[in-house]
Design a protein around this ligand. Structure first.
Ligand code: SF4
Ligand code: SF4
Length: 197
């Protein structure tokens, strides 16, 4: 596996501002590694044709901590996979959100299992951090998977929307953020109700 940039002192002090606003992007290599380690998928893997791979990816996505997302490109959209946001589903309609793998102690994934977008983000003191896994690389990497990902997206998007799942995710996320703020506030206040020094 290509190495990337391990957590630096800058990132430890920062506490993961990047992870609080977005889940990092996988490369297809990351997806295939996760798919290979996904036990339920072994029984499903009969052939390597595109339809079979599509079914495996669809099932794995539902069971994983990842989501399909997309961004605009010249010829339409580029579909890719990123880490899911807390409270949300495998269809990534949530433009921003805290990564599901982020804990108070930082990223819960060992470095070698972090998506390439996380491994290749170089922390900078001024928070103008540098993403070395570029959009151009993502477009090239994910090109062979566009039909598969687009099909999964369109199969599930309308269904989840009609069932009100996205609205429920949004409400759960607002509740999560509110509870977190209350806990942070309580942590910053002493037993006497005054701000801690
Ligand atoms: S990459 Fe940048 S935003 Fe992310 S933890 Fe490091 S310093 Fe913070
Ligand atoms: S997987 Fe880890 S590095 Fe990537 S966004 Fe989530 S918490 Fe951050």
């Amino acid at each position: 596996m290509e190495k990337g940039y391990e957590d630096t002192e800058v990132c430890k002090v920062c506490g993961g501002a990047c992870c609080k606003s977005n889940g990092c992007s996988l490369s297809p290599e990351d997806m295939l590694r996760e798919l290979a380690g996904w036990k339920d998928g072994q029984a499903e893997r009969k052939t390597d044709d595109e339809e079979s791979i599509g079914v495996q990816i669809e099932k794995w996505l539902q069971d994983s901590h990842c989501a399909i997302d997309s961004f605009t490109i010249e010829k339409g959209r580029c579909y890719y996979i990123r880490m899911r946001h807390k409270c949300f589903t495998f269809i990534g309609v949530d433009a921003m959100g805290e990564c599901i793998a982020l804990t108070d102690q930082g990223c819960s994934l060992p470095f070698e299992r972090r998506p390439k977008g996380g491994r290749y983000l170089e922390g900078r003191q001024n928070r103008h951090c540098l993403q070395h896994y570029t959009r151009e690389q993502m477009i090239a990497d994910w090109k062979p998977y566009q039909q598969i990902l687009q099909k999964i997206w369109s199969t599930w998007y309308d269904r989840l929307e009609q069932e009100g799942i996205f609205d429920r995710c949004e409400e759960d996320y607002m509740r999560y953020q509110m509870e977190k703020r209350q806990q942070e506030k309580a942590g910053a206040l002493g037993n006497d109700g005054k701000w801690k020094a």
